[in-house]
Write a protein that binds this ligand. Structure first.
Ligand code: ASP
Ligand code: MG
Length: 411
């Protein structure tokens, strides 16, 4: 259905990241974009906390105690998005556009009660729908929800993406994610200068990228979009450059791309359980480990800290295992992970050859290999992550057909 009447057109969810809201001029610029959009269709805006607010709030809590209570931490961190949503709503209102701000809780975002890394369970968007029906732009503070116990929860660092997708799913809307990068690149452009932007990527490859540590989109957001068939578009907030469509519907319409993901730091984790790993399964599931492999009495995994809003209890949860009888946990020193991400990665000998050639060229010893359907990665010393990523990227050709023009390319 198409209509020029905002009241009857399909709604859209626009999400703006913290760097796009870092100061009041940027807040005004976002308000300008939103106001223009609201002339055409109902708009829900999801905002992150301004600039480095979340990190600063976390630092203040950690200055008071080494072991902040996860519940209070969530109460504290959720204020970053609350300030941001009120300021963005004021800026939109200043342009004469009817607007209201709502918290995640007011939008009916219900999560489990795992403070710091909660999962969205359901959305009851009644208030949101009422406000849209009344012709208002709704500005929602991302990153937080409410548990069945009515405690404020946060859904992991970078979680505002997930708020946006959850609301888009509830409204059957498209979802546009605005940041300071104009889409998804074949590698983190700040790590590999030659990285190229993809015009489109399928959701499963995108999910593998997030899982291997690429911070471009929140993994829970990509998974939810794939599950619910929500199309995602990653763009630059200032409108410059191109975009990447994360295709979920149908995902196979996207070209097969190859990318290099980097994660830094990662830690190798070894768990030794006297009675065998199988006796420890319930607790293993709660640790938030990646690429888990176990054999007899030993389990190997990777741990990527900083995924939750609660780094202190993240580490505590892992070491707590050590206190269980018969279990010995070793968390290795900080390392880097460089991964080739592509469909059928594990079944592509060329990727293993590329990794070997790149490691020889850089002179880095590969300490551990991790693979899955879309991932071939290696753990290496942190300080060599960047060099290895560049060398791997150079060898793993990115099909030009999948790539868009650079923002700096001549028109
Ligand atoms: N402000 C939160 C963070 O920095 C959530 C977000 O930005 O999406 O992790
Ligand atoms: Mg942020």
């Amino acid at each position: 259905m198409s209509s020029s009447q905002p009241g009857t057109a399909r709604p859209v969810v626009l999400k703006f990241g913290g760097s796009s809201l870092a100061d009041l001029d940027k807040v005004r610029a976002v308000a300008r974009v939103v106001a223009a959009r609201a002339e055409r269709q109902p708009v829900v805006v999801v905002v992150s906390a301004m600039g480095a607010t979340t990190r600063e709030l976390l630092a203040r809590a950690e200055a008071l105690t080494d072991t902040p209570t996860p519940r209070e931490l969530d109460m504290l961190l959720s204020t970053g998005e609350r300030a941001s949503m009120a300021l963005v709503a004021l800026a939109i209102g200043a342009r004469g556009v009817p607007v209201v701000s709502l918290t995640g809780s007011q939008c009916g975002i219900i999560t489990d009660h795992r403070h710091g890394n909660a999962r969205v369970l359901e959305v009851r968007p009644y208030r949101l729908l009422d406000e849209l029906a009344d012709g208002r732009v709704v500005v929602v503070g991302g990153f937080s929800g409410v548990s069945y116990r009515r405690d404020v929860t946060t859904i992991g660092r970078g979680g505002s993406d997930t708020t946006a997708v959850a609301l888009a799913a509830a409204l059957d809307a498209d979802c546009e994610i605005y940041s300071d990068v104009d889409g998804v690149y074949s590698a983190d452009p700040s790590v590999v200068p030659g990285a190229r932007r993809f015009d489109a990527i399928d959701a499963d490859t995108m999910l593998a990228l997030s899982r291997a540590g690429a911070r471009v989109l929140h993994a829970q957001a990509v998974a939810l979009a794939a599950e619910r068939g929500i199309a995602l578009y990653a763009r630059r907030a200032d409108g410059r450059g191109g975009q990447t469509e994360i295709r979920t519907n149908p995902a196979h319409a996207a070209p097969a791309v190859r990318a290099v993901a980097t994660a830094n730091p990662v830690h190798t984790v070894t768990v030794r359980a006297a009675g065998g790993w199988a006796t420890r399964l319930p607790v293993i599931g709660r640790l938030g480990l990646s690429f888990v492999r176990a054999r007899e009495d030993t389990l190997f995994a990777l741990w990527m800290p900083g995924r939750t809003s609660d780094p202190a209890s993240e580490r505590a949860a892992i070491t707590a295992l050590a206190h269980e009888s018969g279990v010995e946990v070793t968390v290795g020193p900080a390392r880097g992970l460089v991964s080739i991400i592509a469909p059928r990665a594990e079944q592509t000998p060329e990727f293993f050859e590329a990794l070997a050639a790149a490691s020889a060229a850089v002179g880095v010893r590969l300490e551990e290999l991790v693979t899955d359907a879309r991932t071939v990665g290696a753990v290496v010393p942190s300080d060599l992550t960047k060099a290895l990523a560049a060398a791997v990227h150079e060898r793993v050709a990115v099909p030009a057909s999948a790539c868009g023009r650079f923002p700096t390319d001549p028109a």
